[in-house]
Design a protein around this ligand. Structure first.
Ligand SMILES: Nc1nc2c(ncn2[C@@H]2O[C@H](COP(=O)(O)O[C@H]3[C@@H](O)[C@H](n4cnc5c(=O)[nH]c(N)nc54)O[C@@H]3COP(=O)(O)O)[C@@H](O)[C@H]2O)c(=O)[nH]1
Length: 882
């Protein structure tokens, strides 16, 4: 509650009646409260309350007083006047209160205060005091009138003086006291307002990211920080209090390299009263350097000092970003071409290196896609794999061929990186950054290095190192696949003589031509290497038979035996010796195979020039024999030394010859009749079987026609068809041509094929057999039971005859198993609709068994071995007579 002590309660105010004095004291309190409200300029509602309190209390007090006076002065004029004074008091207070809305508040309060003061002086200190004295006298037994006189006398002197003194004091004091009170209130309000403003500012300052401060510099050089927000603790590591009187600690934190500039900047700002703006660093031993930016406005102070108000922000991150940007900008303009696209692959930015490498300026490519660089050398799968990688791993790098503006295609090493949004959750790609370098020269250098490291500079053939690596790799593959390879070690004969007589240049030229001739004779999968001097090595991969290596060796020997045309001489003759080692027979490493091929080379040389030898002598002999036989067989075919023999096929039920199997023989002029088992395998290996098969078919059909024309009974003539014929020859076309050519009826021709022949040609065998069937030819399965096929499998093929292999017949009737197998084949064959023929029947027991098992037919020595056509015709004729 506001309270200004206008009238501090005084003992002199007491009338002597305790009840009344207590109430007077309360009234004076209310008076002072009112004065306080005047001083503090309270609002109307508050004043209303005070007035109401005053009026209520006055009424209460008046009633108390009046009851006392009435008890002592009933119907006395003093009592009447006293009551009259009380009514006037209330009327005056109500009047003043009634004017409170139309008059200035302080005027109103002053008026009531004046009134109350006078009331205190004239009513309380005079009337009430006087009446109290009377009451006290009457109580002590003094008659009323005498008591009144005594009271008048007592009140006339000192009390009057007191009242007047008090009133004049009030006049003098009240206005000043009120004035002072008003000033105090004004000041308090102003202070409150400025405190509020300061609180607000501090609140704002505490939220400012950075340091808000005042810095003061005095003419004598001292400085201090009168104000700093809390940020000073984290930035400068001091409290605002530590530097409020002395700013030295701040200066101590400034980086030594920036200190002079820091001080100078304040000096200049102070001199010119221009804003202080400065970037500088702070240095603490235990932390990285931090960058600050300060900005403050200076004001000259009355004492000559300068006071800055401003703020300092930490710009370390910004500085780092600037550095990063500078680095990025510098990096962007380095040697590698750079290209930035948006998420749709539209080019947004390229650097100068891009222009230098591609020939396209930035203006020419911005807004386009990198497709304009496409060389067309990569297929769709390449780009699909590339984008797959980018989508999966956000990056791709590799070699790619692109096209320059001038059309030139060039290799580049390309790195593409997808740039995603900072918000990792969205995973949204915003840009692609590609950098690439032209690797034309690098590739050329790599190629050159590779060439030097792995190739012989004279012949451009692989060198020892490359051979070694390739052989190692090949051994791994062959081992896995169970295949074999051969290493041929070559040594040129008479090369030294050429070198010595015609010079090194001629020698070099010869070596180059030798390299070319060897290369020309090899398959793509093979390799020829030059180890140095006149030493060459040939690596043959995946060879089917050991003698294949010998064949290649012979071809090379032959190729190098022809004369060479050199610049200096037209007719240079050399030769070559070749040593052969085989994997896996002769070794399983480069060292073993080369050592053994080398050893074989010495053996070859021992046998005279222009020879080859295997590491194993047996193999050399076998290979040479086979090759010799092959050579002879070729000649035999040319010389028409082949013959067809016929072995009768007999119907078991009737015992009559119903057909014959055509079997080839070689009638060698020197050696005599050579059986097919000696030359058919070689013919298969070399492909000669195609010619032989063709000849046998033609010869058989011609003979068959002749027999028909001679009136012999019609027969089924069976011709063997090798797997090679199925695979490589167009057997259906051949059959058609031969039948047309010879006039032999298709239905009398039977083609025999082995199970393996069928299995090897699975993909198109059904189609082929159907075709042959359609042509009217009969089809038989030879050697049934020796392969892996089952009857269930064979039933799918359009076959007519099953030929039980001789091996199941041989031990009948001695081997129960074979008998059961033969019986089963016959039974099952019949169920599946095939005719069954037994091969190699030599004994009556065998024949009896077959008859018992209802086998359809047989062939075998029991009747006749294969015989020439004339002999077979005799058999037929004899049968006719019988
Ligand atoms: N692709 C071609 N293969 C042919 C051709 N001519 C023959 N051959 C195949 O050569 C293999 C050996 O034939 P060959 O020496 O003629 O032997 C046949 C018969 O002489 C022999 N045989 C017949 N009956 C008996 C007998 O009672 N005892 C016995 N020890 N041998 C007998 O069986 C051979 C017939 O075999 P097959 O062809 O399986 O019916 C042989 O595999 C011929 O196929 C040809 O022109 N092309």
């Amino acid at each position: 509650m506001y309270s200004v002590e206008v009238f501090p309660w005084n003992k002199n105010f007491e009338v002597g009646v305790p009840l009344i004095d207590a109430q007077h004291q309360k009234l004076v309190e209310l008076l002072n409260v009112l004065a306080g409200h005047l001083a503090y300029q309270s609002d109307v509602p508050t004043l209303n309350n005070v007035f109401n309190d005053l009026a209520e209390y006055a009424i209460y007090h008046f009633q108390a007083e009046e009851r006392i006076w009435h008890a002592f002065f009933p119907e006395d004029p003093w009592e009447t006047k006293h009551k009259e004074d009380h009514r006037r008091f209330l009327a005056t207070v109500n009047r003043i209160m009634g004017g409170k809305t139309s008059r200035p508040l302080d005027q109103l309060i002053e008026e009531i205060l004046t009134f109350l003061t006078q009331w205190l002086a004239f009513h309380i200190l005079d009337t009430d005091m006087r009446m109290a004295k009377v009451v006290l006298a009457v109580q002590s037994g003094v008659p009323l009138n005498q008591a009144k006189k005594q009271a008048d006398q007592e009140m006339s002197g000192a009390m009057k003086v007191l009242i007047e003194t008090m009133l004049s004091m009030f006049d003098a004091l009240s206005s000043r006291t009120m004035q002072l009170a008003k000033e105090v209130v004004e000041r308090q309000k102003a202070e409150q307002a400025s405190q509020d403003a300061l609180d607000r500012l501090q609140k704002i300052a505490s939220q400012v990211p950075g340091l808000v401060f005042q810095f003061q510099r005095f003419p004598d050089g001292r400085s201090c920080i009168p104000y700093a927000n809390e940020a000073i603790r984290t930035i400068y590591r001091v409290s605002p209090e530590e530097v409020s009187e002395d700013a030295t600690k701040i200066l101590a934190a400034v980086h030594p390299d920036d200190l002079d500039a820091f001080k100078t900047s304040f000096k200049v700002s102070a001199q010119n009263l221009t804003p202080w703006r400065q970037e500088y660093r702070l240095k603490f031993d235990d932390a990285p350097v931090c960058w600050l930016f300060g900005n403050a406005l200076p004001q000259r102070q009355a004492d000559g000092s300068v006071l800055w108000h401003g703020f300092i922000t930490d710009i370390t991150k910004q500085k780092q970003d600037e550095v990063d940007l500078r680095i990025a900008a510098t990096a962007f303009e380095l040697q590698d071409a750079m290209l930035v696209t948006d998420a749709n692959n539209v080019i947004l930015k390229v650097n100068q290196a891009f222009t230098r490498i591609t020939g396209y300026s930035a203006e020419e490519v911005l807004g386009k896609t990198p497709n304009l660089l496409s060389s067309g050398l990569h297929d769709k799968a390449f780009y699909t794999a590339m984008w797959d990688s980018i989508n999966r791993t956000d990056a791709w790098q590799g070699e790619i061929w692109n096209r320059r503006k001038n059309g030139e295609v060039f290799p580049e090493w390309l790195i593409i990186t997808a740039v995603k949004a900072a918000d990792e959750k969205t995973e949204q790609i915003h840009h692609y950054v590609a950098s690439f370098s032209d690797i034309t020269s690098r590739k050329a250098a790599e190629e050159e290095i590779k060439q030097l490291a792995f190739y012989d500079p004279l012949t451009q053939l692989p060198n020892r190192r490359l051979l070694q690596e390739r052989l190692k790799h090949s051994i791994d593959i062959e081992r896995r696949d169970g295949k074999r390879l051969a290493l041929l070690m070559l040594d040129l004969d008479r090369f030294k003589a050429v070198n010595d007589s015609l010079g090194h240049l001629a020698g070099d030229e010869l070596l180059q031509q030798v390299a070319a001739r060897i290369t020309a004779r090899l398959r793509d999968v093979d390799m020829v290497a030059r180890l140095g001097g006149d030493e060459f090595v040939v690596l043959l991969e995946d060879i089917a038979h050991p003698e294949d290596a010998a064949r290649v060796a012979e071809e090379i020997i032959f190729a190098l035996s022809k004369s060479f045309q050199l610049t200096q001489s037209n007719d240079v003759q050399i030769g070559v010796s070749i040593g052969i080692s085989l994997y896996p027979e002769h070794g399983a490493s480069y060292e073993e195979l080369t050592d053994h091929a080398d050893a074989a080379l010495y053996q070859a040389k021992d046998q005279g020039r222009g020879c080859y030898a295997y590491f194993s002598e047996d193999q050399t002999i076998a290979a040479r024999e086979r090759i010799a036989l092959e050579t002879r067989l070729r000649r035999a075919i040319e010389q028409q030394e082949l013959r067809v023999f016929y072995q009768p096929q007999v119907d078991i039920a009737s015992g009559r010859i119903v057909g014959a199997e055509a079997l080839v023989r070689w009638q060698d002029p020197a050696e005599g009749l050579i059986p097919p088992l000696r030359f058919i395998p070689i013919a298969e290996e070399t492909g000669l079987i195609l010619d032989i098969g063709k000849w046998v078919l033609r010869e058989t059909c011609r003979q068959g026609r002749r027999w028909l024309d001679e009136g012999l009974p019609p027969l089924t003539l069976a011709v063997n068809v090798s797997p090679q014929q199925f695979r490589r020859g167009n057997i259906s076309a051949l059959v058609e041509a031969v039948l047309n050519e010879t006039g032999f009826p298709a239905e009398h021709l039977e083609l025999e094929m082995t199970e393996s022949g069928l299995l090897e040609n699975q993909s198109n065998v059904m189609e082929l057999l159907n075709k042959l069937r359609y042509q009217g030819v009969r089809l038989a399965i030879d050697d049934f039971g020796t392969g892996f096929s089952s009857l269930a499998y064979l039933k799918h093929f359009p076959l007519d005859v099953l030929k039980i292999d001789k091996s199941f017949i041989d031990d009948i009737p001695h081997l129960q198993d074979d008998m059961e197998i033969a019986a089963t084949i016959i039974a099952m064959g019949h169920i599946l609709g095939f005719k069954v023929l037994a091969e190699g029947v030599e004994t009556p027991e065998q024949l009896a068994f077959l008859r018992e098992k209802n086998c359809d037919s047989y062939q075998g020595y029991i009747l006749s071995p294969p015989v020439p056509a004339e002999a077979f015709a005799l058999l037929l004729r004899e049968q006719g007579i019988n």
